[in-house]
Structure formats: C-alpha cells, structure tokens
Design a protein around this ligand. Structure first.
Ligand SMILES: Cc1cc2nc3c(=O)[nH]c(=O)nc-3n(C[C@H](O)[C@H](O)[C@H](O)COP(=O)(O)OP(=O)(O)OC[C@H]3O[C@@H](n4cnc5c(N)ncnc54)[C@H](O)[C@@H]3O)c2cc1C
Ligand code: SF4
Length: 445
C-alpha cells in the first residue's frame, strides 16, 4: 500500500512493475543518502537534478519542496523517475554502489512526483507574458520540455502534435510495466496548465505548412522524434507485426491485442526487449528473439538483457530472416539463414554475412519486428543539414535554418537515445530560444 494518492488508472492487463515506495520506505531509503558534496549522481543525470537536495527534502518530509527541486531541472520528472536507465545514469554513479546497494534515486524521485500529481498540485505558474510566440512541433518529451520551459518564461507557445494524444513515445511506446499512460498524460496536462496550447492531430509541415509557422511565430522548435519501423524487404513481410504498433496496442487497445503462443521477435534493442516482454507477460508460451549479430553487439541495455532472460525469453543469435511462411496470412514459420560476421560496416559493428546453404526453419505463429526507426522525415522536407540522417544542430540547438531549433531523438546521431536526454535538449533549446528572443535576434515576422 502507498501512503500517497496515485494517478487515475485506465490501463488493463499490464500493471506498473515496481510498486510505489510507502512513506516509511521512502523515509528509510532517503536517510541512507550520504548527501555527497559535488555529488556524482547529479553529474550523471543528463538533466543534472540536484539529487542530494531532493532526497534531503524527502527525509525531512518536505515532499512539495522535493518535487520543486526535481522539476526545476526536469519538467518530466514523473516519467523520468520510471523510465530512466538509472543503472547507467544516477544510480550507477552512486558512491554507495561500490560496496552496498546504491540509493534508489528513481523510486525516490517517483515518490516526490506522485505526491504532487496525486494531489493535483501545480508547482510552477506561467511566466509574465513577453509577447513572443514560439511554435513547437512534436509533443514528445523534447517538445513538452521545450514548450513548458518557454511558457514558464512567459512566451506564448503552440505545440503541434500529429497523433491524437500528446506525450510521444511516453504515451504510445513505453510499456505499461514501466510507465502507465496516465503518468505521461498527467505531465501533458501540467504543461497545458502552464499555458501551452496543444493542437493534436496536426501534421506540422503539411498542416500547418512550415512557411506559415515561420511567418507567424518568432521561433520554431522541432521535437519530432523518429519515424516508423523500416521494412525488412523479405517475402511474406506483410504478415509480420510492427513492434511499435504491438507496444501501442498493449497500451491503448489491450483487449484487441492478439498474442501468439510461439512468438519470434526480430531485433535485439530495447524496443525488441519490450515486445518480447509483452508477449511473455500476456501469455505466449515461447518467445524467441532473433538477431543477426551476437550478444556483444546488442544495443539493449545490459540490465534489460538480464531482465528478459529472467522472463524466460530465449535467443537466436547470428541468424537473419529471409522469408515468412504462412497459410492465408496465418504465420507458420520464419525461414532464416545463418550469419558469419565480417569487417565493421558503417555502424562500426561487424557486418553480417549470410552463410550460403545454411537456411533453417523456425516455427512460429506470430512474428514481430523491432529493428529501429526511420530517420526524421521533416529534415529533408525543410532542407535541413543532417548527420547520418539526423537533424544537425549547433551548440545552441539551432538547425542549419536560422530560427528553427531541434532536440530529442531527431538530433541524436550518436549514442543511445533516452527520454531524459530529450528532456534536457528541450530545456537547453528553450534557454537558447529565450536568449535569442530577448535580444530580438529570432524573428521571421
Ligand atoms: C519502444 C521504445 C521504448 C523505449 N523505452 C525507453 C525507456 O524505457 N527509457 C528511456 O529513457 N527511453 C526509452 N525509449 C526512448 C525514448 O522514448 C525516446 O528517446 C524519447 O521519447 C524521445 O523523445 P522525443 O520527444 O525526441 O521523441 P518522441 O517521443 O518520438 O516524440 C516525437 C513526437 O513528435 C510527433 N511528430 C512527429 N512529426 C510530427 C509532425 N510533422 N507534426 C506534428 N507532430 C509530429 C510524434 O507524433 C511524436 O508524438 C524508448 C523508445 C522506444 C521506441
Ligand atoms: S532524471 Fe533520471 S537520471 Fe536524472 S536523477 Fe532522475 S531518474 Fe536519475
């Protein structure tokens, strides 16, 4: 049982994996913190939340003050508390981790966030109006963070979102076991209460056209994320399910989601692991992840790999799909070819080379592909300079087109993309835009 009221819940089937901390647990855990000076955890957090400070406030029972400390650095603190790969970030840097258990920073952050959201407390108010107008495209973590920070500074912000609901992958792509939809939507509602006008079902670039946005707004921020899952280009592919859609269905259309008994997930990144988790938790007897390289090249976090193995998911490494066998659309097997690894390719990883005559048949009644996402389409539409297909920005998060800024997954040409990094991009871009607007440098009017 928790001592704090929780978010209204509409999710069925899958529940958040970790229970909230009770007040007693939060008090005990926060009392373990050494309150390090120049704390390594704060450096390791991409948004640089003053972690010892927010934990100290929890230990003295000041949950509102704790939430304020978190939100000052990270407006999406409730999402990040749940989805951050804390083992790689703040908790991985905790000095207690060397000999004891690191402080449960993520769960303490969630405790403080649940306190304010559970009681409908608004920590910030809209800033004094500046008369400047900014358009933000994409209501994922990057766009919401940028929009919210600009609204706090008094700018008039309109946020355009293509989907029916705002929140980006927090709403549509992150599995309920990690983050229920209601948490993402509570943050969207908070950003709205800061004065941000959110227009959903608007495909910016098409409606409204970019030229209009540049004419009607003083600056534009692109937080458009990445695109859909690329094609494998194999016969029978139309019978393979899309991993992002599979996850979305598990969040929003749970009752209609059909999970196979013998499921193959193609891919070995974090999205593939999420698909395998859903299949397993929703009743698949056998789930196999298929990857054309080895576990050494997997892009999934090590703790996610350990988790999925504990879930009973098995792996086929060094195998590549070549054909889906089906009868009238009912999947029967995935034909694969064995792979040997050659010299590094453009990604820097050993290139997979099919071994002639090594085909094999893997029986399956459902196949899901989770092999990454297309690069942002708006980059070419706007003729923006790119880096490996991602939008190129300078140190101020400004693209090659003056007055158009960008952040989040759409600029992340290197390293793993994460929600907290998108939040930080949005925050820093908002500061750059604010400085420019204050100097009157950005104006397309
Ligand atoms: C399956 C999956 C699981 C993940 N799990 C985790 C996790 O556990 N922890 C973690 O830290 N990270 C995770 N990530 C990564 C994380 O979700 C992203 O890094 C983060 O959402 C990036 O935020 P963003 O705002 O840049 O993009 P997005 O969240 O993708 O949001 C972009 C938004 O822009 C909208 N948009 C695009 N084009 C237009 C347009 N022309 N007009 C209007 N709107 C537009 C899109 O509809 C979308 O809502 C996961 C990613 C995936 C795919
Ligand atoms: S935002 Fe993420 S990385 Fe930063 S302190 Fe919170 S849980 Fe850790």
């Amino acid at each position: 049982m928790t001592d704090t009221p929780s978010y209204p819940s509409a999710s069925a089937g899958l529940q958040e994996l970790l229970p909230p901390l009770t007040q007693h647990e939060a008090a005990t855990e926060s009392a373990r913190c050494l309150m390090c000076f120049d704390a390594p955890c704060t450096h390791a957090c991409p948004t640089h939340i003053d972690i010892p400070r927010f934990i100290k406030k929890i230990s003295t029972g000041n949950l509102l003050g704790s939430a304020r400390t978190i939100l000052q650095s990270n407006l999406l603190g409730a999402t990040c508390a749940r989805v951050c790969p804390v083992q790689e970030l703040c908790e991985g840097a905790c000095v207690l981790g060397a000999e004891h258990k690191p402080i449960a920073i993520g769960r303490l952050q969630r405790h403080a966030m649940d306190y304010v959201y559970g009681r409908h407390i608004d920590v910030f108010r809209p800033g004094k109006p500046t008369g400047k107008k900014v358009a933000v495209i994409g209501a994922g973590p990057a766009g919401l963070s940028c929009a919210g920070e600009l609204a706090k500074l008094g700018h008039s912000v309109t946020l355009y979102e293509r989907r029916d609901l705002a929140g980006g992958l927090s709403t549509y792509g992150i599995i309920v076991l990690r983050e229920p939809v209601e948490v993402a939507l509570a943050e969207v509602a908070m950003i709205k209460r800061l004065g941000v006008r959110i227009e959903t079902a608007k495909d910016a670039g098409v409606d409204p056209p970019i030229a209009n946005l540049q004419k009607n707004f003083d600056a534009v921020f692109l937080g458009v994320g990445l695109g859909s899952t690329p094609a494998l280009g194999i016969p029978g592919e139309e019978n393979i399910l899309d991993g992002l859609q599979y996850i979305e269905d598990s969040k929003h259309r749970h009752a209609q989601l059909r999970v196979g008994r013998n499921v193959i997930v193609i891919g070995a990144g974090n999205t593939a692991i999420d698909c395998a988790t859903i299949a397993r938790r929703l009743g698949a007897e056998r789930v196999t992840m298929l990857y054309r390289r080895t576990e050494n090249e997997m892009t999934a976090y090590p703790h996610e790999y350990d988790f999925i193995k504990r879930e009973g998911v098995t792996f086929w490494f060094l195998a590549q799909p070549v054909k889906v066998h089906h009868e009238n659309g009912t999947v029967q097997a995935l034909e694969c070819v064995r792979i040997s690894l050659g010299d590094p390719d453009a990604s820097g990883r050993p290139s997979p080379k099919p071994i002639p005559g090594s085909t094999m048949m893997l029986p399956a009644d459902q196949i899901v592909k989770a092999i990454g996402q297309h690069k942002p389409a708006l980059a070419s539409l706007l003729n923006l300079e790119t880096d490996k297909g991602f939008i190129r920005v300078n140190a101020d998060f400004e693209t090659s087109s003056p007055g158009i800024f960008a952040g989040g997954d759409c600029i992340r040409a290197r390293g793993a993309a994460s929600t907290v990094m998108a939040v930080q991009d949005g925050k820093l871009a908002a500061r750059s835009i604010h400085q420019r607007l204050a100097k009157g440098l950005v104006n397309h009017g």
